[in-house]
Design a protein around this ligand. Structure first.
Ligand SMILES: CC(C)(COP(=O)(O)OP(=O)(O)OC[C@H]1O[C@@H](n2cnc3c(N)ncnc32)[C@H](O)[C@@H]1OP(=O)(O)O)[C@@H](O)C(=O)NCCC(=O)NCCS
Length: 140
């Protein structure tokens, strides 16, 4: 079985919380503060948690709050597969649009474009260091 067939999404389990908290700090650069408004999915490779996707939903739209894959597994298609699974899940829940905001200079912008996200706006100097945020949307 190829690597990507072994990627699944599942609601965050108690035993993965410490890992997700550390990964959020490392890859997003901020402390993860759990919110009731967000659904957190762990990205699993076989039985192992290797990343996360956080979304908030106000039907029929959803917001992709954050996504990360652990460093050694980045650029192998795991994120792509996880996004594909998420989109499938959201469509089943009758979500019609997925929005996000991302640092304008982030390599993740390309990742999102390849997933069919298009730019809908820009927030000037949105981040504390002065970088702009791009607003992006994908129609599901
Ligand atoms: C963005 C991310 C989730 C993609 O997952 P992945 O498994 O690496 O993605 P894939 O292998 O399917 O695709 C690779 C794409 O992700 C992007 N990417 C790779 N490493 C990245 C990194 N460290 N940070 C951001 N994007 C990255 C690349 O642009 C690449 O796109 P390309 O092939 O067009 O160059 C993952 O790289 C990551 O966790 N990055 C750090 C956290 C982050 O930037 N999250 C998004 C901020 S909201």
């Amino acid at each position: 079985m190829c690597l990507l067939e072994q990627v699944t999404l599942a609601p965050l389990t108690k035993r993965s919380e410490v890992f997700v908290t550390a990964l959020h700090q490392q890859e997003i650069g901020t402390k993860w503060i759990r919110s009731d408004q967000e659904s957190v999915y762990e990205i699993r490779l076989r039985t192992q948690c290797v990343g996360f996707i956080m979304i908030s939903t106000i039907k029929p739209e959803a917001n992709l709050v954050n996504v990360a894959v652990e460093k050694p597994l980045q650029n192998l298609g795991v994120g792509h597969q996880a996004m594909t699974l998420l989109v499938r899940k959201l469509k089943r829940s009758k979500i019609t649009q997925l929005h996000l905001e991302v640092r304008q200079q982030s390599p993740a912008v390309r990742f999102y474009r390849r997933h069919g996200f298009y730019e809908t706006g820009i927030r000037k100097a949105y981040y504390a260091d002065g970088e702009n945020a791009l607003l992006m949307t994908k129609d599901l």
